[in-house]
Ligand binder design. Structure first.
Ligand code: DGY
Length: 324
């Protein structure tokens, strides 16, 4: 039997591409250019499986409706799958999978890194040194906010939030509070001595740091709007490693300018790779280019997980990470 044809929409780490080549009839994206809508349509028309990712054009109803579509599974390279219209995929009978778990720790590391960097003014300090503007230690130089022992509010308390809580609670003695419409088991809550709140707003009012761990899109778009930013403490910091659209960037700029909150650490943006211009010149924000899962170990694991889902599907089994 011939191998299923599989299109990878972007370049993957070499180990994962080699594995893909061993398993399937693979089309790689050697020059790593973002596929056009026409190219995505062609991929869905000609391949049995497509492995898209967060930076692709959204695979929507129009793309899924391409005449003569052969593709039966969209095996997303990434845990977040807002780059796929899952309702349209389901209606078209196309299976959708993602790559959870393998990126949990690395994404949590970046959330914790942003939290530390913005609270302790590390980006600002580094710029000072690089710009040769540091004129020496003194007792009042660049005083910042202590992290240890502070209260961390998690919006969403799934795998990544729990991994952040692990580091924050056991590493930095932070108190954990959270809101999640689908809370974890009581044993998980107990493990972190965490406090479950009834609403997002209750977390915002009470936290020294707020870290976002909810999916993007739908009702979560602009969840952090001017009103909710206004509920945070003026001394608090916002951390976003989830999806950019969860934060209203204009409202965030205004909140940072007006001292509504003290700072923000952002790994994701609404219009990646474009970043709202005003943020670029602000000292009280730390900005990263969507690095959450960006370690060699994790990106290889994401590729292998995506391939395992494709393999399960074509072996007649239920893919382990089916989301639609
Ligand atoms: C994810 O897996 O969702 C990361 O943000 C990369 O897409």
């Amino acid at each position: 039997m011939s191998k299923p044809k599989v299109v990878l929409t972007r370049k993957w780490p070499a180990i994962a591409e080699a594995k893909a080549q061993a398993m399937f009839d693979v089309v790689l994206n050697e020059n790593d250019q973002k596929l056009s809508v026409a190219a995505l349509k062609e991929a869905l028309r000609t391949a049995d499986a497509v492995c898209p990712t967060v930076s692709d054009f959204q695979i929507d109803k129009e793309i899924l409706s391409v005449a003569g579509r052969k593709c039966k599974i969209l095996s997303n390279f990434g845990v977040g799958y807002n780059n796929i219209d899952t309702v349209a995929a389901k209606a078209a009978g196309v299976v959708v999978t993602n790559t959870p778990e393998v990126l949990t720790d690395c994404t949590a590391d970046v959330a914790m890194g942003l939290l530390l960097a913005v609270a302790r003014r590390l980006g600002e300090g580094e710029r000072l040194v690089r710009n040769k503007q540091w004129d020496g230690w003194c007792p009042t130089h660049m005083l910042a906010t202590k992290v240890t022992g502070k209260k961390l509010g998690c919006i969403g308390f799934g795998r990544i939030a729990q991994a952040v809580a692990q580091k924050a609670h056991f590493g930095f003695g932070m108190e954990i509070i959270f809101y999640d419409p689908y809370p974890p088991a009581t044993a998980v809550i107990k493990k972190f001595s965490a406090t479950q709140k009834d609403a997002v707003e209750d977390v915002l009012k009470d936290s020294d740091f707020v870290t976002l761990h909810c999916p993007g899109g739908g009702a979560n778009t602009h969840l952090m709007n001017a009103d909710r930013l206004g509920m945070m403490k003026t001394s608090a910091f916002l951390i976003n490693t989830a999806r950019g659209d969860v934060v209203d960037e204009q409202a965030l700029v205004q909140a940072l300018r007006d001292g509504v909150i003290r700072g923000a650490g952002l790994d994701v943006f609404a219009q990646e790779p474009t970043v709202t211009e005003a943020l670029l010149s602000m000292e009280n924000v730390v900005l990263l280019p969507h690095l959450g899962s960006a370690t060699t170990e994790t990106r290889v694991a994401m590729g292998l997980r995506s391939l395992a889902n494709v393999e399960a599907f074509f072996s007649g089994n239920e893919p382990g990470d089916r989301v639609a």
